[in-house]
Design a protein around this ligand. Structure first.
Ligand SMILES: C[S@@+](CC[C@H](N)C(=O)[O-])C[C@H]1O[C@@H](n2cnc3c(N)ncnc32)[C@H](O)[C@@H]1O
Length: 407
């Protein structure tokens, strides 16, 4: 397969909508029967209802894209959803060890590939900047190894709010930031340790050059198309207004085949599949860049190897959340299909994994690092309950994560 193109909703005009017979309900997570009082009419719901009324039902991919990254009302654009007070928590927010081990992995790749005189560290979707901060601390600690190497940091981030938090975490604004909202490089500065750092909205704006790319819990928020096998063949799942309940959305199946069906493999045996063309486009770009200018990419996410079916779900306040209720107030996510990412990288770069994150971190020496940190904490009299709880959360989290390496 080559570059994949997002499909439109042309065939489903207002007339066709009235004739759609099939209502589809996700078996596991997607949408149930929430009581009406739990269904506030959010600005995003109003926006989506206008959209559906004027152009017909929308694909799940379009729904995810609008809800998460609409520049005016998107969930990711203006809020900090990470951490205990937010909707979900990620490994770097739980423990510094995660980023430290990734930092060591990047340095060992740099050494193994001939110690280039310069490299870019590029992170897609950096959240609060905690992960890249932990990696940069390792780079500083191993300064004697990296001393003749010019390093720069490049962050791909659509969220205005999170980019401000990243800037504060990573630069402490010791040197004033340059801001230019209209430019592809919308912010520039210097990190606490003196490394140039820049922000972009799209990967294609990041300069080409020898780079290490990192995507942690980034691919799972990219929009997926969903398809259901029916006696008439594959049918795409769309989102429509529920005619029975005011201000409520529902899933429906397209009455006939849609162009996006081309994304499904001919030998597909599952009865429900999720495809993320945006992920394919990004992996193709990463692979081309690595093939052209050298480097490596590391993708860590919740995922599967082409086996899971309905994984589309929402999170609000650390709890599962009906994806069609109060859109814009909860995170939406779908597990990453690593077999698809591998196919998109094929023939351009070597692709390793996925392996469980647990195995990767064990191989990288997490136990030794943890012991050192705990010993230090005991010596300082800091250990305790809080650390013990953190370690417990971390283990469950890692076991559910999988990791893919594209080298
Ligand atoms: C689930 S958070 C993960 C944050 C961080 N990597 C971590 O592990 O803590 C997803 C991140 O991707 C960003 N993001 C979401 N969609 C994006 C897009 N289309 N392009 C760039 N960044 C995006 C979000 O703003 C956020 O920083």
């Amino acid at each position: 397969m080559t570059v994949l193109v997002r499909s439109g909703v042309g065939p489903l005009c207002a007339v066709a909508r009235a004739a759609i017979p099939s209502i589809w309900r996700g078996k596991y997570f997607s949408s149930g029967n929430e009581p009406a009082e739990n269904n506030p009419v959010t600005p995003m719901l109003r926006h989506l209802m206008y959209k559906i009324k004027s152009t017909g039902p929308i694909t799940v991919a379009e729904y995810m894209k609008e809800v998460l990254t609409n520049p005016a009302k998107g969930y990711y654009v203006y809020r900090d959803m990470l951490g205990e007070q937010g909707d979900f928590i990620t490994s770097p927010e739980i423990s510094q060890i995660f980023g430290e081990l990734l930092g060591i992995w990047f340095i060992s790749e740099w050494m193994a590939t001939g110690k280039s005189t310069a490299f870019q560290l590029v992170e897609l979707g950096p959240g609060r900047g905690t992960l890249v901060g932990d990696i940069l601390r390792v780079f500083t600690q191993l300064g004697s190894v990296l001393k003749n190497c010019d390093i720069s940091v490049h962050l791909v981030e659509v969220s205005q709010k999170l980019s401000e938090i990243q800037a504060l975490t990573l630069t402490e604004e010791k040197v004033p930031l340059e801001r230019n909202a209209g430019s592809p490089v919308y912010m520039k500065g210097v990190t606490k340790s003196g490394i140039p750092i820049s922000w972009y909205r799209h990967l294609h704006d990041v300069p080409k050059g020898y780079s290490f790319y990192l995507a942690h819990e980034f691919f799972d928020v990219l929009p997926v198309h969903k398809f259901q096998k029916t006696p008439q063949g594959w049918r795409e799942v769309f989102i429509d207004i529920d005619p029975q309940v005011s201000d409520k959305l529902r899933f429906v199946l397209a009455p006939s085949a849609t162009p996006a069906e081309a994304f499904i493999q001919h030998d597909e045996t599952r009865d429900h599949v999720e495809v993320c063309p945006d992920a394919g486009v990004i992996i193709e770009e990463l692979s081309q860049r690595i093939a052209l200018t050298g480097g490596a990419a590391l993708v860590a996410d919740y995922g599967h190897d082409g086996t899971k079916t309905d994984t589309f779900r929402g999170f609000c306040g650390h709890k599962l959340h009906d994806v069609l209720i109060a859109p814009g107030t909860a995170d939406l996510t779908a597990d990453v299909d690593f077999s698809y990412l591998r196919r998109m990288a094929q023939g351009k770069v070597a692709s390793l994994g996925p392996i469980k994150q647990h195995t990767f971190l064990k191989n990288m020496g997490i136990d030794v690092r943890l012991k050192v940190l705990l010993d230090k904490s005991f010596q300082l009299g800091h250990f305790p309950l809080q650390s013990a709880q953190e370690i417990k959360i971390k283990e469950t989290h890692f076991i559910h994560c999988r990791l893919s390496l594209l080298v």
